[in-house]
Design a protein. Structure first.
Length: 368
């Protein structure tokens, strides 16, 4: 079987004075589903276009296995791309749209029919083969776009925000279908999105991008659980991580976080994994699921704090509670049956082994 690992080595792309891709390097293992995640303008779509050969880099290399494909034409890269707007030919039937690349390669009609039919059955659109795109729903058009990519039997799938034109329910269903498809085929896939929920549910590996660079690359659990800096911490996760500004005080081998209106005992320095340093200006980060509201009698430990309920956001299975602590706001995820009222004073605590600490000057993580 052909090796479909992908290596991006010091890629650069400039548009005038704008550095869209800035010395970017990335190793994509064979068969992995990798997502390029970031806000609009971070360079993720440009990177995908460079991989596809739709754009040319100003520097660096692209290797498919051991083959340098940096200047290889798109049709010779054995890649298939699924676009945001589907890019279907409106005057062609579904059958002809899916089989168009095979016709361009002058494959026998019997082979085209067999491969198009097989792909259509896999995607549950065999009954739509004689329709034209205007007669299809958004989800059906997306399946046709996927089918057109699948029929090429590519080494690498490239997906550029393919669900952004779909409603929320259909997006969720298409995510599931694409995940099943990837598991079944095992083809190397590069997915571009600004939606961190899509990245978290689909990916084996996530590359978080900012200003043309990869800020952090790793498994979903690492990106979510051990963000390298404040940017990753607040970009990934819904609701986003709460941050409280303050400083660290040391008592023997114990560490306290102290901020306006809050003092929290973080436990022993060794258990916290705190890097050496004075850390006079830090941000403490905590995710909503790692904050608990407890009774005053149950928790007066050094890790608890008093807060005021400012906002309640019920979402069915949970309720998000915005807690005011001095000038800071901390979000907690609680059981919807917990009786709470706006303005109520409560006692809360953070799970000590789920605390994130960042140096405010550069935003970098300072604890393990």
């Amino acid at each position: 079987m052909a090796v479909a690992s992908l290596s991006l080595q010091n890629l650069a792309r400039n548009y005038g004075k704008v550095r869209a891709v800035d010395d970017l390097s990335l190793e994509v293992p064979d068969g992995a589903f990798v997502t390029l995640l970031g806000p609009s303008g971070c360079g993720k779509s440009t990177t995908l276009n460079l991989i596809a050969g739709l754009d040319k880099p100003d520097g660096g290399k692209i290797l498919l296995g051991e083959r340098d494909i940096t200047i290889t034409p798109p049709n010779e890269r054995r890649m298939a791309m699924v676009f945001q707007n589907y890019a279907l030919y409106p005057n062609m039937t579904v059958f002809d749209n899916i089989g168009f690349s095979l016709k361009l390669r002058h494959r026998p009609n019997a082979e085209i029919t067999a491969r198009v039919t097989a792909v259509a059955e896999m995607l549950d659109i065999a009954h739509l083969l004689q329709r034209k795109p205007s007669m299809l729903s958004g989800g059906q058009q997306q399946r046709v776009a996927l089918g057109r990519a699948l029929v090429k039997e590519p080494l690498v799938f490239l997906l550029d925000e393919p669900f952004s034109n779909l409603d929320a329910a259909l997006r969720a269903r298409m995510r599931t279908e694409v995940k099943h498809l990837h598991v079944r085929l095992g083809t190397t896939s590069i997915f571009v999105t600004h939606d961190q929920e899509e990245a978290m549910t689909l990916s084996d590996l996530i590359a978080v991008m900012r200003d043309g660079k990869i800020v952090q690359f790793g498994p979903q659990a690492e990106i979510y659980g051990k963000p390298r800096n404040e940017y990753v911490a607040t970009f990934v996760g819904k609701p986003k991580m709460s941050l409280v500004e303050g400083t660290l005080e040391h008592r023997s081998d114990e560490v306290d976080f102290v901020g306006p209106g809050i003092r929290i005992g973080l436990g022993k320095k060794a258990a916290l994994g705190l890097r050496d340093g004075s850390w006079t200006s830090v941000s403490l980060g905590v995710r909503a699921e790692d904050v608990r509201i407890v009774s005053k009698e149950a928790s007066m430990n050094p890790g608890s704090f008093e807060a005021s309920v400012q906002l309640l956001e019920p979402i069915g299975s949970d309720t998000f509670v915005e807690l005011a602590v001095g000038p800071a706001a901390i979000i907690a995820r609680v059981n919807p049956d917990l009786p709470l009222e706006i303005g109520q004073l409560v006692r809360a605590e953070m799970l000590p082994n789920r605390i994130h600490l960042f140096e405010r000057k550069n935003g970098e993580r300072i604890n393990a």
